[in-house]
Design a protein around this ligand. Structure first.
Ligand code: GRF
Length: 200
């Protein structure tokens, strides 16, 4: 049984999508070992608790990045987590954190990387006037929104779009993309050469 660790800071809709996929058998042979937030008021951590999952708040306020990362890594190791899914985790991971779990940390980003890394990607894309945007699930490396890409989903920008409507359609695709990416990684049936992931 694969054990997943989820890190989140907010709403938690990607976490819920992953949990639902596990319950529905779309992700087989997996469980959520722990859900961790840095923000006590994150909606996602309340949902994790309601669902009876192990839910921890490890506040980041007032700590150095190194101190906070040490605590989070210790909790993930204590729960024997095999794969870590960042799901709206609004913290940069230190290189040390990333090195604790090589090719074992995934992130989801609401744009077609390498376009529009960083915050408010949907807003950036909409303001830029792109005709297609989307989302990316990728391995986390030491650089922001940067590691090898596992899954991307494209979303058309409509003439009638507003930024919130575009963001909503991207989010629907995020929920699908994360499940696909987790299945690829857990299958171990892929190889990476350079930045390029290829399924065997
Ligand atoms: C998503 O748009 C995700 O791509 C980004 O942060 C947002 C988190 O949303 N990294 P949620 O908390 O999963 O609903």
């Amino acid at each position: 049984m694969h054990s997943l660790g989820i890190l989140l800071s907010g709403r938690g809709s990607n976490f819920v999508a992953i949990a639902d996929s596990i319950e529905a058998g779309r992700i087989a042979n997996a469980r959520i070992g722990v859900v961790i937030t840095n923000r006590a008021d994150a909606q996602g951590i309340a949902i994790a608790r309601q669902r009876g999952l192990t839910a921890l708040t490890i506040p980041s306020k007032g700590k150095t990045r190194a101190e906070h990362d040490r605590e989070v890594v210790a909790a993930l190791k204590q729960h024997n987590v095999e794969l870590i899914c960042l799901a709206g985790y609004m913290r940069l991971l230190s290189p040390w954190f990333v090195q604790q779990f090589p090719r074992r940390i995934l992130n989801i980003h609401p744009s077609l990387l390498p376009a529009f890394p960083g915050l408010e990607a949907q807003e950036q894309a909409f303001a830029y006037g792109v005709k297609v945007s989307g989302c990316t699930v990728h391995f986390v490396d030491e650089e922001l929104d940067h590691g090898p890409i596992i899954v991307q989903k494209a979303v058309q920008v409509l003439e009638s779009d507003t930024e919130p409507r575009l963001a909503e359609r991207i989010l629907e695709q995020e929920h699908i993309a994360y499940t696909e990416a987790i299945n690829i990684v857990l299958s171990a049936d892929f190889e990476i050469s350079g930045r390029r992931l290829r399924r065997r």
